[in-house]
Design a protein around this ligand. Sequence first.
Ligand code: NAD
Ligand code: IPM
Ligand code: MN
Length: 343
Amino acid sequence: MATRIVTLPGDGIGPEILAPAVDLLKRFVPDVTIEEHVFGGASIDAHGTALTDDTLAACRAADGVLLAAVGGPKWDTTDASKPRPEQGLLGLRKGMGLYANLRPVRPLPALYDASPLRREIIDGTDLLVVRELTGGIYFGEKTRTETTASDLCAYSAEEIERIARSAFEAARTKVTSVDKANVLETSRLWRQVVVDLHQREFSHIPLEHVLVDNAAMQLVSNPTSFDVIVTENLFGDILSDEAAMLTGSIGMLPSASLGAGGPGLFEPVHGSAPDIAGQGIANPLAMFLSTALLLRHGLNLESEATSLESAVDKALDQGLRTRDLGGTASTAEATEAVLAALG
Ligand code: NAD
Ligand code: IPM
Ligand code: MN
């Protein structure tokens, strides 16, 4: 049966980076069927909601979902009753049961000088942020009056254990569990559940606990000390943007969101970059690397995934630099460079 992929271009630079990624995907999976749906702000404009029931059903029925980015000033509002593009993203992650968000941070030597950090600090970094994606403060009860507001941060032991398991399974040398157990009750439960699972099933893997503020500092002072970082939803969101700068640009970082069986969702870590949308200058590499993660985790095509990643590495080695990396290459030129590297 043909491979069915749902694509969600979203907003801003989304359509500009998704189109070439689909071209690449077709080279690796010639029989792929692409079903595109409006999503985020574009879906609010078309249907009044960021994620329609139809789109969610199509995503659940696909072999994988490729998403670019959502959001933009057009839909920014502080009015809680108005729809927001980001609600579509959260609804999709929750609706597909995608609790494990993998964000690999693998800076390439060719890009060491594109990072604001010194080469000797970055050199040898190869880490993975395992971000819990369907719980915590993102999904707790929200309240709002004229003068007060609250967002509940809640976690169950079951939610913590399954993400901790994903982290231990992905670990090569160590798991660093990041929390705020000196203040937050959710973090104290987090730590206890991680320790219990470690003792029961993964005691052969070194485990350490680092408080989130300290982790933020160590990510830029001693990034090579990390292997797998596992953390709750909000901490993982913030730490992964920070970690992206080790690779030179937020435009380099891909992600895979996986659940228990079922299709995965593959998307860059960055957003819709409204400040550069429509100019054809967005860096498409995080989108391409997310496509590689779709090949690997979504379609079980390991050698195809590696070929695509190697082509991105080669293009960068040969001098490809978009503006965010200090160069002048357009999105189209970056795409051509990767295609040429694929041979
Ligand atoms: P952003 O990631 O969109 O942009 C931050 C900065 O990085 C901008 O200067 C932008 O130009 C640059 N940048 C991002 N991606 C780039 C790329 N591929 N190539 C070159 N430069 C790139 O973050 P933001 O500005 O805080 O958010 C903009 C909108 O995106 C908001 O509505 C936000 O909610 C949304 N957002 C969506 C996602 C998603 O869809 N997964 C992720 C993050 C933010
Ligand atoms: C991300 C984004 C989203 C998040 C937003 C757009 C809801 O920042 O994917 O990192 O916070 O998860
Ligand atoms: Mn984010």
